[in-house]
Design a protein around this ligand. Structure first.
Ligand code: TTP
Ligand code: MG
Ligand code: MG
Length: 421
């Protein structure tokens, strides 16, 4: 017999907007939209007042402005959002036995067994009050038997609410809700199911599992289970230490600073690409050097959540320059990103440079197709002389189509000059 779990999901209400409201009370009660200022930018976050006009996240700014011309439009401030995100995580870390930071503004907590001491809902309520009091930010939460149901419950509790769905009530709770409320169901799946006449979670849960399998494969089965309130995925304890990194030991120790900078650039570029591919953001950069006498030094810096090379490169370089103080031969350099959370680059696209956004998209597409070495920053070229050996499997020639080549060539910004191998 498996024991019934108690899982809490917490998600801040209109997170970016709420942070802005902390410093500008005039935004209270008004339609507020946070996003890139250019027409080609998209909405990151919008207040409930703006949502009444049909504005929603990821909507093009141009459309949002035309739907709600009275909205106060604010260019985002990722530093502030990252700071508040951490404040909330710290409060949760202090109270919860096991918690997972799922994105910049949401956490899952496994509080199974807590009801031996307090009621789980009472505990959750008190934690929620504490977060609101100490951070000043509104947050909503759901308490139920697994992550899926708790997350859906949070959605129903919003704004500024809390809901408990005990095990026996899960089916009745889910049944009347739209299939869109299942976190895994995106636009395509929604329309696919909708065209078959499936509108509610209750209906979805009743169709034969074999049919979901043939319709959507493995995902279909997971979705079907979610519709039936089944989700065994554990709350995985968040650790700032969990990281991705890369190190290079030289065949011949070196003092070639320019070459080392280039190597660092290339390492950061590859790792940042990996972050974007896995839809992650980092918040801690660590650089390591080892001198020829094996003395090893590391230096790290907290940064705002990001997965952009152009943000991470100068930081890695600054750390390297601060570390490399002795005119001594180096035998190893390494870069590591930690403090990882789930999130997409779109989160910090407040800059006006839509060219840059398109550049990232174009370049990442090429890399996904031809390997991460296919396209590189111009400044990363010389590093080939430094590298111990080039991985043969990555040598495959990237042949961008004429349109792709055109697309990248069009992006003339010298800072972001790329090079095809
Ligand atoms: P969400 O929790 O999805 O949205 P929200 O907090 O703004 O609103 P809600 O009350 O419905 O939870 O996302 C958290 C933050 O992440 C959000 O404030 C801004 C950012 N974000 C984006 O930048 N782009 C997006 O497409 C989404 C969904 C969120
Ligand atoms: Mg939120
Ligand atoms: Mg969220």
């Amino acid at each position: 017999m498996s024991i019934t779990r108690s899982v809490v999901h917490m998600d801040l209400d209109t997170f970016f907007v709420s942070v802005e409201r902390l410093t500008n009370s005039k935004l209270e009660g008004k339609p507020v939209i946070i996003g890139g200022m250019s027409d080609r930018g998209v909405v990151s976050s919008c207040s409930y007042e703006a949502r009444q006009f049909g504005v929603h996240s990821a909507m093009p700014m141009k459309m949002a402005r035309s739907l709600c011309s009275e909205a106060v439009v604010i260019r985002g401030d990722m530093d502030a959002y990252s700071r508040y995100s951490r404040i909330v995580t710290e409060i949760i870390a202090e109270q919860a036995p096991v918690y997972e930071k799922a994105s910049i503004d949401e956490h899952y907590l496994d509080i199974t067994g807590m009801d031996r001491f307090f009621g789980c809902m009472q505990w959750t309520h008190e934690l929620r009050q504490r977060i609101m009091k100490e951070s000043g930010l509104p947050i909503s939460c759901g308490l139920s038997v697994n992550k899926t149901v708790s997350k859906i419950a949070t959605g129903e509790a919003k704004p500024n609410g809390e809901i408990e769905i005990p095990g026996l009530q899960v089916k009745d709770f889910l049944s009347p809700l739209s299939i869109r409320k299942i976190p895994m169901i995106g636009n395509r799946t929604f329309h696919q199911l909708r065209s078959m006449g499936i509108a509610t979670i209750g209906t979805l849960g009743q169709i034969p599992i074999e049919m979901m399998d043939s319709l959507l494969g493995k995902n279909g089965i997971v979705i079907w289970k979610k519709a039936n309130g089944i989700d065994l995925t554990p709350v995985v304890q968040y650790s700032e230490r969990k990281s991705i990194g890369s190190e290079r030991t030289f065949q011949k120790d070196t003092m070639d600073v320019a070459g080392l900078h280039d190597l660092l650039t290339s390492m950061v570029e590859k790792l940042a690409f990996q972050l974007r591919k896995e839809e992650k953001l980092t918040s801690i950069v660590t650089v390591k050097i080892r001198y020829s006498n094996f003395d090893t030094h590391t230096l790290q810096k907290r940064v705002s959540y990001t997965s952009f090379d152009h943000v991470l490169m100068p930081i890695a370089r600054e750390l390297f320059d601060r570390l490399y103080q002795r005119r001594m031969l180096i035998r190893l350099v390494g870069v590591r990103f930690s403090g990882l959370i789930r999130g997409v680059q779109q989160l910090n696209l407040f800059e006006d440079t839509s060219e840059m956004v398109h550049l990232y998209l174009a370049v990442d597409k090429l890399r996904r197709r031809y390997g991460s070495d296919a396209v590189k920053r111009a400044s990363g070229i010389q590093l080939r002389d430094l590298e111990e050996r080039t991985d043969q499997s990555q040598q495959q020639k990237a042949v961008p189509s004429p349109e792709e080549r055109q697309q990248i060539d069009n992006l003339k910004n010298r800072r972001f000059r790329y090079w095809y191998r």
